[in-house]
Design a protein around this ligand. Structure first.
Ligand SMILES: Cc1cc2nc3c(=O)[nH]c(=O)nc-3n(C[C@H](O)[C@H](O)[C@H](O)COP(=O)(O)OP(=O)(O)OC[C@H]3O[C@@H](n4cnc5c(N)ncnc54)[C@H](O)[C@@H]3O)c2cc1C
Length: 434
């Protein structure tokens, strides 16, 4: 995979979301020439909750992205859980491996910041460049580049199709990953999937210090009205607004489509019953309710094949426990860049392939056990009666709360720590990582 004179870069990254920008940043930092191709132009919107747990903050810190309040970030202290008519404030754990605060920032802003960061490190970003498919070596079927065309802000073609060549290509093109699909890598039917919608409101509580999570959604008075099928969030953004959304998770795409939930209707019913102090009225809503799928638990595989790596949502890396995907996309970009940089130093094609093949292995070792636990968790909570029992009898116990917070946010000491950390780390090691 040495770049030759015919190549345009050492590595091409398709998509400049968090996964693509992290990959581009780390590859450039390792001295590789990087072409980062993005179909949109920044700043651009992305449907998301905009919440970053301490795990995601740790990845930003590792990348050298400034995360201070002076750089425009709003910090949060932990999770406020609302369930069974009660609320608990659970501070983020105090750990050696992660900071004890989370962040929130609109994706319009975050993704722009990350792409600029990758450019500052040395990556070349080409915006309004839509990749239309892989460029394959005829004899081997190996990916040796991409086909792409210039597009305008509406995605309309504005130029002729061109090709860009590189010995390795990273598909970080999100949940639909046309690039992976073009190579025959379909989504797995045996992995959980989430669906969520969100919008923005102006609110007097825009600087709330907690990420609020509603485990039960009622269409009237809690306990005396209908329980709606889903979980909600309110993430204050500190800029006069909050990101408000809800979603649900199913153990398979088939179950998800059978559920046939109308999320926009659900959202309207939930909003009509949120406390007045948030100000979630139609006049304060500043964006449409928009939804998207959350691909979970490595729902596309293999993560490496024929010169192409999958990073982030394209490889289905959202956590089945909490719907968080940014931290994992950043982590995958870091690991992918490392194997690409290592592979480049090997002198034979076989040695380079061995180095690249370490990517899926490392990702599985790091996250496979945790995602397997997440699949068990989804199978449990998709039964509302089990969920209700857990929130009624489990959550009020401090020790259960501590365990749940660390498990659901994936913020525990991987080695050492207290007994809760050791139990979670032990569980992730004993379950099969597939
Ligand atoms: C409603 C909702 C709420 C969520 N809330 C949270 C949350 O609060 N916290 C959290 O951590 N995660 C959340 N997630 C998950 C999170 O949004 C994703 O996991 C994350 O965006 C994955 O990053 P990525 O870089 O892999 O993909 P993306 O962010 O999807 O980026 C892909 C990029 O590729 C570009 N692209 C696509 N196709 C092409 C092409 N052909 N050519 C060139 N460029 C292309 C796209 O324009 C985009 O910029 C949420 C998801 C949803 C749907």
């Amino acid at each position: 995979m040495q770049a030759t004179s015919r190549d345009d870069a050492d590595v091409i990254v398709v998509g400049a979301g968090p996964g693509g920008s992290a990959t581009a940043h780390y590859c450039a930092a390792a001295g590789l020439s990087v072409l980062l191709l993005e179909k949109a132009a920044f700043p651009r919107d992305k449907i998301c909750g905009d919440g970053l747990t301490p795990r995601a903050v740790a990845e930003l810190v590792r990348m050298g992205v400034p995360t201070g309040v002076d750089a425009g970030w709003i910090r949060n202290e932990g999770l406020r859980v609302v369930a069974g008519g009660r609320r608990w404030e659970l501070p983020w754990p105090d750990l050696a491996s992660y900071p004890s605060y989370g962040l929130a920032r609109s994706r319009q802003n975050l993704d722009h910041t990350l792409a600029e960061h990758a450019v500052r490190t040395g990556a070349e970003l080409r915006q309004r460049t839509a990749v239309t498919g892989p460029l394959l070596e005829e004899r081997t079927g190996r990916v040796v580049g991409v086909r792409a065309r210039a597009v305008d802000d509406a995605g309309r073609r504005t130029g002729e199709e061109t090709t860009y060549r590189a010995p390795v290509v990273v598909a970080a093109d999100g949940v639909s990953s046309r690039f992976a699909t073009a190579l025959g890598l379909e989504k797995r039917e045996d992995r959980p999937v989430g669906v969520a919608v969100r919008t923005y409101f102006t609110t007097p509580r825009h600087d709330d210090a907690w990420m609020e999570s509603h485990l039960e959604l009622w269409d009237g008075e809690p306990g005396r009205s209908n329980l709606l099928p889903g979980y909600g969030w309110i993430f204050a953004l500190g800029d006069g607004t909050a990101n408000v959304g809800l979603g649900s998770v199913s153990s398979s795409p088939a179950r998800q489509s059978r559920a046939g939930v109308d999320y926009k209707d659900l959202f309207a019913r939930w909003m009509a019953n949120t406390p007045a102090e948030w100000g979630f009225t139609p006049e304060n809503q500043i964006a449409p309710v928009r939804g998207a799928a959350l691909p979970m638990g490595f729902n596309r595989s293999p993560l490496y094949t024929r010169g192409m790596l999958l990073v982030g949502d394209s490889g289905g890396m959202v956590s089945p426990f909490n719907g968080e995907g940014i931290a994992y996309a950043l982590q995958a970009g870091r690991v992918a860049a490392d194997v690409i940089a290592q592979a480049r130093t090997r002198s034979t094609p076989a040695a380079r392939e061995r180095a690249l093949a370490r990517y899926p292995r490392t990702m599985r070792e790091d996250l496979g056990g945790y995602y397997t636990l997440g699949r068990y968790f989804v199978r449990l909570i998709e039964h509302p009666e089990i969920m209700r029992l857990c929130t009624r009898y489990g959550l009020p116990r401090p020790v259960v709360m501590k365990f749940v917070l660390k498990l659901l946010s994936d913020c525990y000491e991987p080695r050492g720590g207290d007994w809760v950390d050791r139990v979670i780390a032990g569980l992730t090691r004993v379950v099969p990582a597939s």
